[in-house]
Design a protein around this ligand. Structure first.
Ligand code: DQA
Length: 142
C-alpha cells in the first residue's frame, strides 16, 4: 500500500512541545520507528508536515489515484477546519484520523473533531502507536 501521513500545525515541534503531553520523540523519530514496525515495513509510507492549512489540503488532494490511504493528524485544525473536512470528502482516499494525546480527556474544544465523520476511523491517545494502528486499520479496510 502507498500511504501518505499528513501532520498539521505544531507537530514539527514534537520533542520540544509539551513533552508531558506529546512525549519526547520528534516527528522524525516517530517516522523512523514506524518504518521499522513489522506491520508497516512492507508499505510505501510518505511523511508530510506543514503548519499551513492550504498545504495540508494540497497534500490531501494529491492523493487522488496515487495513494491507497491517508493517515492524518491535523493538530488543532481537527477542531475547526471544515476546509480539511471537505478535502477528505472530496478525494476517494480512505483516511484515518490520529492524535497522539487522548483528545476526549482534555479541554472541551478538543472533544470535537469536524473531520471525524469523513474518516474511516479515529484513533487517539496511544502516543506514537496511533500511527501503526492507523496503518493496520487502512490495511484491514482494503
Ligand atoms: C493533537 C491534539 C490536538 O488537539 C492538538 O491541537 C495537536 C495535537 C494530538 O496529536 O494529540 O496539535 O492532534
Amino acid at each position: 500500500m502507498k500511504i501518505l501521513v499528513i501532520n498539521g500545525p505544531n507537530l514539527n515541534l514534537l520533542g520540544i512541545r509539551e513533552p508531558e503531553i506529546y512525549g519526547s520523540e520528534t516527528l522524525e523519530d516517530i517516522g523512523n520507528w514506524l518504518d521499522e514496525q513489522p506491520d508497516a515495513d512492507t508499505h510505501d509510507i510518505i511523511w508530510f508536515q506543514s503548519n499551513h492549512e492550504g498545504d495540508l489540503i494540497d497534500q490531501i488532494q494529491s492523493t487522488i489515484s496515487l495513494f491507497d490511504g491517508i493517515i492524518i493528524n491535523p493538530g488543532a485544525l481537527t477542531h475547526y477546519s471544515f476546509a480539511i473536512r471537505d478535502a477528505i470528502a472530496s478525494v476517494n482516499t480512505p483516511t484515518v484520523e490520529v492524535h497522539l494525546s487522548d483528545i476526549n480527556s482534555r479541554e472541551e474544544f478538543r472533544k470535537v473533531s469536524v473531520i471525524k465523520d469523513e474518516c474511516i476511523s479515529q484513533i487517539s491517545g496511544l502516543g506514537k502507536h496511533v500511527y501503526i494502528e492507523a496503518v493496520k486499520t487502512l490495511v484491514n479496510h482494503l
